[in-house]
Design a protein around this ligand. Structure first.
Ligand SMILES: [Fe+2]
Length: 258
């Protein structure tokens, strides 16, 4: 099934018109290996391809985005759009965290992180989100992504770093990670978005939502602290009545949230 998405089509045209030959050699290798792999990779195969490509942070610097808006939880740039896969580079400033999310239509993938990242994996059963495991990244580590993965990553340290993300599906698609789910535990909803999986998404970025989301205590506390941290950063730069109300609500739930 060929899906259409204007912003992704734009990326695709831009990138295909560039000289891919000018990309760093390791990235050209990665693109070649993914384009010549089977249409359907297992998450383990995707992890293996990424692990063996020997990419290093300087290869990714052209796609770094450390000047992203504070309302974005991290920087994100599309590096390459294949017929059934996409490659993205994410940029993590100290304190940057994603919201809890999945990956839209992605059926396989892998993430390589070039920093010491926090990484939490979640289970979602009968409307209740729980923390399944803490699975942090060390420098250069690769984790597989499967179609059921719900997770959250971020930079708890004091230095910025980059990560490299490959997402694929069996069908031809130029919007693999569109309609990803974001789990908002303050609102108690699952939000569907085509963009970054950030805390406190503006309404313009939410395609639709499902209400009634619940979570265990550990997951709620982590979510609320991280959301509170992001809101405080945003409010240092702008007045936003909606976010001020959210921060008041979070402080009433977590009295030790300063
Ligand atoms: Fe993710």
């Amino acid at each position: 099934m060929l899906k259409t998405n204007n912003s992704h089509n734009l990326h695709r045209q831009n990138i295909s018109s560039r000289q891919i030959d000018s990309y760093p050699r390791n990235l050209r290798c990665l693109i070649h290996n993914l384009e010549h792999a089977a249409d359907f990779l297992t998450p383990a195969q995707a992890k293996d391809i990424l692990s063996k490509t020997n990419i290093s942070p300087p290869d990714l610097l052209p796609w770094a985005d450390f000047n992203h808006p504070v309302t974005d939880g991290y920087g994100r740039k599309l590096l390459f759009q294949g017929k059934n896969f996409e490659i993205m580079v994410m940029s993590w400033l100290p304190g940057d965290f994603s919201a809890i999310h999945d990956h839209g239509s992605a059926q396989w993938g892998a993430v390589q992180c070039f920093g010491m990242a926090d990484h939490y994996v979640y289970s979602f059963t009968e409307g209740i989100l729980t923390t399944a495991k803490y699975s942090p990244y060390n420098f250069g580590m690769v984790h597989a992504v499967d179609r059921t993965l719900i997770h959250q990553m971020g930079n708890p340290g004091d230095k910025p770093f980059l990560s490299l993300h490959v997402y694929g599906c069996q069908e031809i698609s130029d919007s693999i990670t569109a309609n990803a789910r974001v789990f908002d535990l303050l609102e108690g909803s699952i939000q569907f978005t085509d963009g970054g999986v950030f805390f406190c998404l503006p309404e313009s970025q939410i395609n639709r939502r499902i209400n009634g989301l619940k979570a265990d205590r550990e997951t709620l506390r982590r979510h609320h602290y991280l959301m509170g941290d992001r809101i405080k950063l945003i409010l240092k730069t702008q007045h936003n009545a909606s976010l001020e109300q959210k921060l008041i609500a979070l402080r009433s739930l977590l009295p030790d949230l300063i």
